[in-house]
Design a protein around this ligand. Sequence first.
Ligand SMILES: [Zn+2]
Length: 74
Amino acid sequence: MAVKQKVVYIAACDIPDCGAVYGEDPEWAYHFDSPEAATAWVDDGTGWAKDGDRLICSADDRTHDQARMPGLLI
Ligand SMILES: [Zn+2]
């Protein structure tokens, strides 16, 4: 059979109610073979940040800024 099922991973922002996934559109988000590959990719100059197990997208608002820089006073 030429069509096969494969499990893939996407990188999603961990800020509550954000819903962002890495890529232009959730329907066409980047797909990775493992969670580690997804986090490594978005943590390498994409504007996303990794804080422990959390991923924080590049959204420019107070909640995201404080998550990226916990000591920042805004
Ligand atoms: Zn976000």
